[in-house]
Design a protein around this ligand. Structure first.
Ligand SMILES: [Zn+2]
Length: 168
C-alpha cells in the first residue's frame, strides 16, 4: 500500500507502529515493554505485530525463532525478550548493511541452504539434522494465514502448562 501524506500528518499513518528495529534511535526498552505486555501471547504473534516492534516480516520471525531456539508457540513471557530484540536488531542490520546479505540468514548461498528453516519443510535441519516441521498459521489475527517453520529439536515445544516451572 502506498499513501502520500503531509509530514505533519505522518503520525496518523505510522504513529501506531512500535519502535523500528532499523532506526538508529531504536528504543529497545520500549520494544521489550510492548513485546511482553501480554506474557501469554506467543513469541511468534507478538513479533509479527508491528504495533509492538516494527520491521519483522514472516521470514524474519521464523528465522529469528530458530536462531534463538524458540518454538513459535512459546509464550513471550517465558523468553529472554532483551536478547530476542538484540538478535532481531543484529539480523536486520546485517541484512540491510552487508552487500548481498539480503535475506540470507545462514551465510550460505547454495540454493536450499540460505535459510535455517523457511522453505525447508521436510528437509534436514542444517544444524542438527532433524526434519524441519511446518504448518499454516491461523493464529495471527487480522493477517492471512502464513506458513511457519521450525526445527523440533533446536526449537523444542513449550511445556503443556505454557510456562517453565519456576526455579526452586
Ligand atoms: Zn535442528
Amino acid at each position: 500500500m502506498v499513501d502520500l501524506v503531509d509530514t505533519v500528518d505522518e503520525h496518523a499513518v505510522v504513529g501506531h507502529l512500535g519502535p523500528d528495529l532499523l532506526h538508529e534511535d531504536f528504543d529497545a526498552a520500549e520494544a521489550v515493554r510492548r513485546l511482553t505486555a501480554e506474557p501469554d501471547a506467543t513469541v511468534r504473534s507478538v513479533l509479527l505485530d508491528q504495533r509492538r516492534v516494527a520491521g519483522l516480516g514472516n521470514l524474519w520471525v521464523n528465522e529469528l525463532g530458530f536462531v534463538r531456539g524458540l518454538h513459535p508457540d512459546r509464550p513471550v513471557g517465558d523468553v529472554d525478550a532483551d536478547a530476542l530484540v538484540a538478535t532481531a536488531r543484529r539480523m536486520l542490520h546485517h541484512s540491510a548493511t552487508v552487500p548481498e546479505a539480503y535475506q540470507v540468514t545462514t551465510g550460505l548461498l547454495r540454493r536450499g541452504e540460505r535459510h535455517w528453516v523457511v522453505g525447508r519443510a521436510g528437509r534436514r535441519c542444517l544444524r542438527c539434522g532433524t526434519t524441519v516441521a511446518a504448518r499454516d498459521d491461523v493464529e495471527v489475527v487480522g493477517s492471512p494465514a502464513r506458513r511457519l517453520w521450525w526445527c523440533p529439536r533446536c526449537q523444542p515445544p513449550p511445556s503443556p502448562s505454557g510456562r517453565r516451572p519456576a526455579d526452586p
